[in-house]
Ligand binder design. Structure first.
Ligand SMILES: Nc1ncnc2c1ncn2[C@@H]1O[C@H](COP(=O)(O)OP(=O)(O)O)[C@@H](O)[C@H]1O
Ligand SMILES: [Mg+2]
Length: 250
């Protein structure tokens, strides 16, 4: 088997607050093979966003390691981590995080320009057409609907053909139908570009569509309750994809 795209080992995150030390993540281990999709599920406050931010190299662990495509993310300096992010990662957040003073096209061109690509305009235009926004190239985020803004964010994330896409509740601020459209697009881009997908979600139907599920409970990996696993499997077979629980190494 090739080197997994993500190897997380003994990952622990502690923060200091007014009452002392709070352990947000406890000794997390997991691996993910390239081109797979995994859903990170768990109650609010269980540590999902913190885990995603550490995998992205945007936050640092207190203990443990993260290897992305063989690169030990916290053995290199911040500049080198930024270079890994720019070359290999895409992000989609619940809150879209578009730049308000740039139009849709400029938002999608930006990551390509940061890579010094001369074909940024053509590539960004093509990707916006692909997400159905060919008629919205010059629109600014404030005049786009939530679903349109999230499609711009998806185009921006996928335009660099990242090896890994990290999405934190990407449909969390969209209505159901719009969320479905955005999610459909994300799985389609995942299939087309071979991008590995790590998706934080509250939605069991979305989790069931991923190849694997990682359940986090109070900062620890939890085996899914039998009942909820059965429910996930039933939903997965209903949508015709084979779901299996995340492979957890320990
Ligand atoms: N920098 C921080 N300082 C103190 N507590 C934090 C910090 N970041 C996150 N937390 C706490 O850690 C827990 C996990 O947060 P988070 O990863 O955002 O959870 P989730 O995304 O699953 O809702 C929460 O209780 C949150 O309040
Ligand atoms: Mg969160």
């Amino acid at each position: 088997m090739p080197e997994p795209i993500i190897v997380v080992e003994h990952l622990t995150k502690r923060v200091q607050d007014s009452t002392g030390t709070l352990t947000i993540l406890h000794d997390i281990d997991f691996t993910l093979q390239a081109q797979r999709s995994v859903a990170i599920v768990g109650a609010s406050g269980s540590g999902k966003s913190t885990l995603l931010a550490i995998i992205a190299g945007l936050d640092t662990p207190s203990e443990g390691t993260v290897r992305l495509a063989g690169i030990d993310l916290f053995a290199i300096d911040e500049d080198a981590r930024a270079a890994v992010r720019s070359a290999r990662l895409g992000f989609v957040f619940q809150s879209f995080q578009l730049l308000g003073n740039l139009n849709a096209l400029e938002n999608v061109m930006l990551p390509l320009e940061l890579q010094g690509r001369s074909d940024a305009r053509a590539q960004a235009t093509e990707m916006l057409r692909h997400v159905g926004l060919g008629e919205r190239l010059r629109h600014y985020p404030r005049v786009l609907s939530g679903g349109e803004q999230q499609r711009v964010a998806l185009a921006r994330a996928f335009v660099v053909r990242p090896a890994l896409l990290l999405a934190d509740e990407p449909t969390g601020s969209l209505d159901f139908a719009t969320g479905e459209t955005v999610m459909e697009l994300m799985f389609e881009l995942n299939r087309e570009t071979g991008t590995t997908l790590v998706l934080v979600t509250h939605d069991p139907a979305i989790a069931a569509r991923c190849d694997e599920q990682l359940h986090i409970e109070a900062g620890r990996i939890a085996a899914p309750a039998l009942a909820s696993l059965a429910a996930l499997r039933a939903e997965a077979s209903a949508v015709g994809s084979g779901a299996s629980p995340a492979r957890i190494s320990s």
